[in-house]
Design a protein around this ligand. Sequence first.
Ligand code: ADP
Length: 254
Amino acid sequence: MSPLIELDDVTLRYGRRDAPALDGVSLAVERGRPLAVVGESGAGKSTILRLLLGLEAPTSGEVRAEGRPLVLRDRRLMRGFRRRVQCVFQDPYASLDPSRRIGAIVAEPLRSLGLARGAEADARVADALERVGIPRDAAARFPHEFSGGQRQRIAIARAVVCRPDVLLADEPVSALDVTTRVAIVGLLAELARDEGMTLVMVSHDLAVVAELCDETVVLDRGRIVERGATSDVLGAPRDPVARRLVEAVPRLDG
Ligand code: ADP
């Protein structure tokens, strides 16, 4: 079976003269094999995420979804793709529009992808809120009424409301305090398991990666310098950059 998403020898250059943000990167998101992309700031992690989300096209190389090249201007193809691949961002304060009610925020993917409206959308929103541990009557309230951890749960509800196959998470717990971090990591693990979603996590936090991802790719200045089973990469890193990241591990339990 083809991988859910795959980058095949992808190079991406933002400016014509700049050094490439990614240089000959190949990786595959296989169903049921949660993947971590780790690296220091500027390594190219967010760029990988943007490619996996279909927000950016490579300068050379190819991005494929279930074996088919991803063509960003093919609107029908991209609508199907966007239902299957959703994302949770780092900052739950910036990612929820303060002027909209939780119900409208969580319903947004259903609306923009034309999947459900009216009473059906309301029911799916209530169900998504319940799955992330937020009472369904939260739909009528506004983001400022919730804590950082609750907001991240709401952002996760928005990501899972259309039942994606892949959940991308960009440093999903780095903005949260330690106790909340543990709870959100637990929630992500539980959702991935119960709903058959494959997680792809971008992080510099190796403690979180070890908890959630079977496989790890280490990125340095746009190139993959190490990859393998997370336990091997974290247990015995060979590349100096990987070693440096492992030595700097912040512990999940404080
Ligand atoms: P990370 O997420 O690992 O911090 P990024 O993917 O954001 O790394 O960045 C990789 C490289 O690409 C960096 O050198 C960064 O400065 C550059 N870069 C990222 N986004 C842009 C952009 N929109 N325009 C120009 N350069 C960019």
